[in-house]
Design a protein around this ligand. Sequence first.
Ligand code: SF4
Ligand code: SF4
Length: 348
Amino acid sequence: MREKFSQDKLDPCISCGYCLPACPTYQLTGKEESSPRGRITLMRAVQNDKLPALDLLNESTFCLGCRACEPVCPAGVEYGVLLEEMREITWQGKNRPLIVRALFMAVGNRFGIWSLGLFSPVAKNRKAQADLHLMYGCFERRLFPEVSRAVAQLAPEVSCSSTQGCCGALHAHNGDMEKGKSLAQALGAKLPGTILTTAGGCAAHLSSVIGRDRVQEFSEWWINREVNLKPISQNGGIIRVGLQDSCHLRNGMGVFAEPRKVLKQLGDYVEVPGSGDCCGAAGTYALLQKKNSRKVVSQKIADIKELDLDYIATLNPGCTRQLATELRRAKVKTKVIHLAQLVAMSEQ
Ligand code: SF4
Ligand code: SF4
């Protein structure tokens, strides 16, 4: 178990509080300790032996890890790294949630990864360009295998390999930084050149370990292909479509203009209020903090209902699952679909 935070990550915070209005958990509670600044104050107290480390447990679990506090921070505080360290300190032994332990087991070895995709026909193995590989997110391959099939159909030049492992984002975001790093390095070695990914959370973690230049998220890769897409027609009109940003993609990698550019070619693009705000999926958050996750997403669901959209496009499997579940619960007919699938619909 690690005992301390990286001092160079704690030091830049000047306690200005600019991050507070951007933080969903601060908005829910109005409490300083549930804000980025408050959590950093608690971390500093642990660092200076003024507080037992386990006093951070509640806030390490309540924080979504959405990193909305990062782009608004004038001091460039890398809060996402601090949260990973906070969870590594606190989510050990019996304090690591059972669901997280089960998920670690599911993706911790090649058999586990393979079995996740056992009944999900992902894109078939194929050798194409030696320096361009499609990455299958572990949960995307299980829950939404049609996403990798859409990319394979759109881009014959992309190589696909079903023997690839996990990128380690799950581990890094849930208290095991070392495993998260070693899995990312192994994946980087297995898939040389550029790794193309359809999962924002995986993209951000993988690029933080193997380098930004080696990782391309689908929308930023697609926009550079400069393909003119046909608008998608349905029921005699062009589709009305909105977007849910991926937090890690937007706040960690600065990718948010690219998916909008693609969507504007595909239909009547409608900016959903708060489309850049977390949907409450947040990796394992929707499983561990169901009530708070629903509180975070509730306004978004009301807004999507009001806008009467045909589709809401997503860039991460967690967001797809969360929005599909909550829209169904609210009896909203808007369909949730990954951007790559919409692009494939336009090409048909
Ligand atoms: S994290 Fe950044 S924005 Fe928030 S209080 Fe610290 S310096 Fe200010
Ligand atoms: S990661 Fe999200 S929930 Fe956590 S402190 Fe930052 S803005 Fe708040």
